[in-house]
Design a protein around this ligand. Structure first.
Ligand SMILES: [Zn+2]
Length: 234
């Protein structure tokens, strides 16, 4: 961010553009300013974001500050509020039709990475939250092929709050754009030892054990009969 003059620190930049360009923020899409300015979309966020109005002004490039210059600490606090607000609005935006469209483009582009599972053959992933409330858990990546969750590989991505994507986003995307649902693979990895499937091997071991017990019983019976015969002869 450029240092502006003392009464306007942010207005020379496009805050959203700057935010999206930060390394580690690649999972976020651009939110329309009209969406942010619609008070209805911000319902309940005043308890979650400190200095909500200032944060809104920052991310919509309307922030003007008059009076004594803000301290570095205050600037940091405001910047943090603005980023947190962007994340929380983001979760709401990406389940709207326009937001879904933007995220779908990123998904097709592989912006969220690919499934590390071999049999998923590099299926693109989608970000998902484990909770809708912030500060609970960081973002996870959902693979629509194996329907499992993964931790992002990059430490910067792994630190992002999962609430900035929410729990419903992938479900919503596939409900609206059903053609995106990938064909599931039935292929599974089967562990083997020297070419033999492990469960086959275990089955064989169990069969051998059963046969051994049966054989022991047979011998016992035979011994008893032999003993009886011996007694009757005597
Ligand atoms: Zn997968």
């Amino acid at each position: 961010m450029q240092q502006g003059n003392e009464d306007s620190d942010y207005s020379e930049d496009y805050w959203i553009e700057w935010f999206l360009s930060i390394k580690g923020n690649e999972y976020f899409c651009e939110i329309d300013t009209e969406f942010i300015l619609d008070k209805f979309n911000l319902t309940g966020l005043n308890t979650e974001v400190v200095h909500l109005q200032m944060a809104i002004d920052i991310i919509t490039d309307n922030f003007t500050h008059t009076g004594p210059e803000l301290s570095e600490k205050d600037r940091e606090k405001l910047e943090h509020s603005a980023s947190h607000l962007y994340g929380l609005i983001h979760a709401r935006y990406i389940v709207t039709s326009r937001g879904l469209q933007r995220m779908m483009e990123k998904y097709k582009n592989g912006d969220f990475g690919y499934c590390p599972r071999v049999h998923c053959e590099k299926a693109p992933l989608l970000p998902i939250g484990l909770h809708d409330m912030p500060h609970q858990a960081s973002v996870r990546l959902y693979c629509p092929m194996c329907e499992d969750l993964y931790v992002p590989r990059s430490a910067k991505h792994a630190m992002i709050d999962g609430a900035y994507f929410g729990t419903s986003f992938p479900g919503m995307l596939f409900q609206v754009h059903t053609y995106l649902v990938p064909e599931k693979t039935t292929e599974r990895f089967v562990p083997k030892i020297f070419g033999f499937k492990i469960h086959e091997h275990a089955k064989l071991a169990r069969w051998q054990e059963r046969k051994r017990i049966e054989m022991e019983k047979k011998i016992q019976k035979f011994e008893q009969i032999k003993e009886k015969k011996k007694n009757s002869v005597n």
